[in-house]
Ligand binder design. Structure first.
Ligand SMILES: C[C@H]1CC[C@H](NC(=O)Cn2ccnc2)CC1
Length: 327
């Protein structure tokens, strides 16, 4: 089997939201390859926290099975967090169903989730070694459905300020051009992680960097969070740019011309993003906030939506590899 769903961008393409049905209830969730918990706003949340959101009410699902005593709590790279209880229910994405998927009910959510009223929760598409359910980590939707998919893959075809597609179980050749360039994935940290040991700024042949941190493909992160030395070298090419503490990153006059930025996807492909696609947001006073920002020395580079929306991306759970193609 295979299925596809729309991925609709929020403002500034900060996240992409997709329709999911759980126990017959429709919610709008953020597919996140950088985590492995499927959690939803629940009817047990305080009304002040769930106001504006669609909530899942287990008492209204005839197929809900509570997982007595199980709990979960997660915190994300942007400082957001959520926690709660667990059960099992039928989860359908694009017509593909897992009959007994672990569904984590939020009884607590941090402020940024409360405010993001279009987002009713997350579908983690990382590896279940980082699932936070206690006493027993639970498998992701993709891990559960993989054996019944025509191909053990899902693809992300995100777009700039336009709806894209997530597809499970097929690689739709109408969604990309040329070859798909794959790299093996090291899933030992729970991420779609691969080496990225060269880069380009303003084109040219790639600069090797033996000290460059490995990278992860993370649909749940808006920006590209890159090793500090590379980010410094990038904005040295942007006239009028500066590191603005209050905004929390590099800003520049929106009239500036940004150089292209290319990053290695494994050993033999450089994914190059044109400068015109590297602004994340206009701050409203003629300055712009860059899509390339520092990873604050985290020892991992996070290739989020600023990269992914420029390519067709393949997450291959069968061969444990990640691939990109132009489109
Ligand atoms: C080390 C990495 C740090 C960045 C992590 N990404 C996220 O936190 C993405 N996200 C999801 C919800 N809100 C933000 C992935 C791990």
């Amino acid at each position: 089997e295979s299925g596809k769903v729309t991925a609709s961008p929020e403002k500034n393409d900060s996240e992409y939201l997709s329709p999911v049905t759980i126990g017959g209830q429709a919610l709008t969730l953020d597919f996140d390859t950088g985590s492995a918990d499927l959690w939803v706003f629940s009817s047990s949340l305080p009304a002040a926290d769930s106001s504006g959101h669609t909530t899942f009410d287990p008492s209204k699902s005839s197929t809900w099975q509570a997982y007595q005593g199980a709990t979960w709590q997660i915190s994300y790279g942007d400082g957001s967090a959520a926690d709660g209880t667990v059960g099992f229910d039928a989860v359908t994405i694009g017509g593909v169903t897992v009959s007994k998927q672990a569904v984590e009910l939020a009884t607590g959510v941090s402020g940024s989730f409360v405010q993001d009223t279009q987002n009713d929760g997350l579908v983690g598409l990382g590896f279940s070694t980082i699932n936070t359910v206690q006493p027993q980590p639970q498998k992701t939707f993709f891990e559960n459905v993989m054996p019944s998919l025509a191909l053990p893959v899902f693809t992300a075809n995100l777009d700039k300020d336009a709806s894209g597609t997530y597809t499970f179980g097929a690689i739709d050749s109408t969604q990309y051009t040329g070859d798909i360039h794959y790299t093996p994935v090291d899933s030992s940290n729970g991420f779609w992680e691969f080496p990225s040991s060269s880069y380009t700024i303003a084109g040219g042949s790639p600069t090797p960097c033996t000290t460059c941190s490995p990278a992860i493909a993370d649909t749940g992160t808006s920006l590209m969070l890159i090793d500090d030395d590379i980010v410094t070298a990038y904005y040295a090419q942007v006239s009028g740019s500066s590191l603005d503490q209050s905004q929390g990153g590099y800003i520049y006059p929106c009239s500036a011309t940004l150089p292209s930025f290319g990053v290695a996807i494994g050993a033999d492909y450089t994914a190059t993003i044109p400068g015109s696609a590297l602004t994340f947001a206009e701050l409203g006073d003629g300055t712009c906030f860059g899509g390339v920002q520092s990873n604050q020395g985290q020892g991992i580079q996070i290739y989020g939506d600023v990269l992914l929306r420029n390519f067709f991306a393949v997450f291959d759970g069968g061969a444990k590899r990640f691939g990109v193609a132009t489109k």
